[in-house]
Design a protein around this ligand. Structure first.
Ligand code: BTN
Length: 319
């Protein structure tokens, strides 16, 4: 019913419509209309109300409905099948379920809000309504399971290029896959895998990009370390950004499939803000510092401590 009410207001083209009229035309009570308008307002829609004339819709937020995304999408496969949700616990969980049931490669799950978004290393990921892009992409690559961990670097390359092209030219990748802008995190990527010894069943690429938060909107714990397009002073259309990300991911994925990962790793090196820097590596309760000198053919970070070169497979690296 909410969509019908919205459609009704759209057709009114910015003119006032009375509660009585909508109620009659849509055959729904005035209380129900009022409740739906209240919900729409909480979703970012702006209505003007007049006791005499009723309501008029004056602003619609930039939502990521399939219709909106498809209107700007230029990919062949990625994002051609969209599962859209206003709210879900985590798009990665929904995508896994769909992948298990056979969803095709390139399908995406997009949510306006995640109630318990998940991050790397068992952390949470803050995903408030319509203030970012929270989505998961289902892949079914031909490459060997051993190669799968590198797809997380591939994701970082694609997302970083898209972000750079839409107003944040100094975005760069912090190993393995955070996209940073001016020292703060703009994007998080969580890649999950289901595979046997010989074959990848599916990969879920979960990507979260902060777009509309102001600095004060972030929970205090990561306010200092996080950023968004808006906090960087850049306006971005979420659907345009999502379409650009999907195009870049599709391109980079084709590179990996046809030319192998060496090219992807080179692209990663060129976009990295970690290499050449002095870093702190935290592995559980242990930590050490050194210089990040390169990534190896498996995507592991090579850190020169002065005495030895350590190969970092997982963990937290701060610059
Ligand atoms: C990280 O920075 O630790 C990774 C964050 C990944 C967040 C994205 S948002 C869409 C997808 N669904 C999730 O629950 N997590 C990923």
């Amino acid at each position: 019913m909410r969509n019908e009410i919205l459609e009704y207001f759209r057709k009114a083209n910015g003119q006032f419509v009375s509660g009585e009229q909508i109620s009659k035309d849509l055959n729904v009570s005035r209380t129900a209309i009022w409740k739906h308008i209240k919900i729409l307002k909480s979703r970012g829609y702006i209505f003007e109300s007049s006791t005499r004339k009723g309501y008029r819709l004056i602003y619609e937020p930039d939502l990521l409905t399939p219709l909106e995304i498809e209107s700007v999408l230029h990919t062949k496969n990625f994002g051609r099948h969209i599962v859209y949700m206003e709210s879900t616990a985590s798009t990665n969980e929904v995508a896994k379920e769909l992948a298990r049931k056979g969803a095709e490669e390139g399908s995406i799950v997009v949510a306006e809000e995640q109630r318990s978004g998940r991050g790397r290393l068992q952390r949470g990921f803050y995903s408030p309504f319509a203030k970012g892009i929270w989505f998961s992409l289902i892949l079914r690559p031909d490459f060997f399971p051993m190669e799968a961990s590198k797809s997380t670097l591939l994701a970082a390359v694609g997302v970083c290029r898209a972000v750079r092209s839409l107003g944040l030219p100094n975005a760069a990748i912090k190993w393995p896959n955070d996209i940073m802008v001016n020292g703060r995190k703009l994007v998080g990527i969580l890649t999950e895998l289901s595979a046997s010894m010989e074959k990848i069943d599916y990969i879920i690429m979960g990507i979260g990009i902060n777009t509309g938060m102001e600095r004060a909107d972030f929970p205090e714990a990561f306010r200092e370390g996080a950023t968004s397009f808006r906090a960087e002073g850049v306006h971005v259309s979420r659907k345009t950004l999502l379409a650009a990300v999907l195009s870049e991911l599709e391109k980079e994925y084709a590179v990996a499939e046809t030319e192998g990962f060496a090219r992807v790793l080179d692209n990663w090196r060129n976009l990295s803000c970690t290499l050449g820097q002095s870093v702190r590596v935290v592995l559980g309760t242990n930590s050490y510092t050194g210089k990040a000198v390169d990534i190896d053919k498996d995507g592991c970070l090579l850190v020169d401590t002065g005495n030895e070169v350590n190969r970092v497979i997982a963990g937290d690296v701060s610059i």
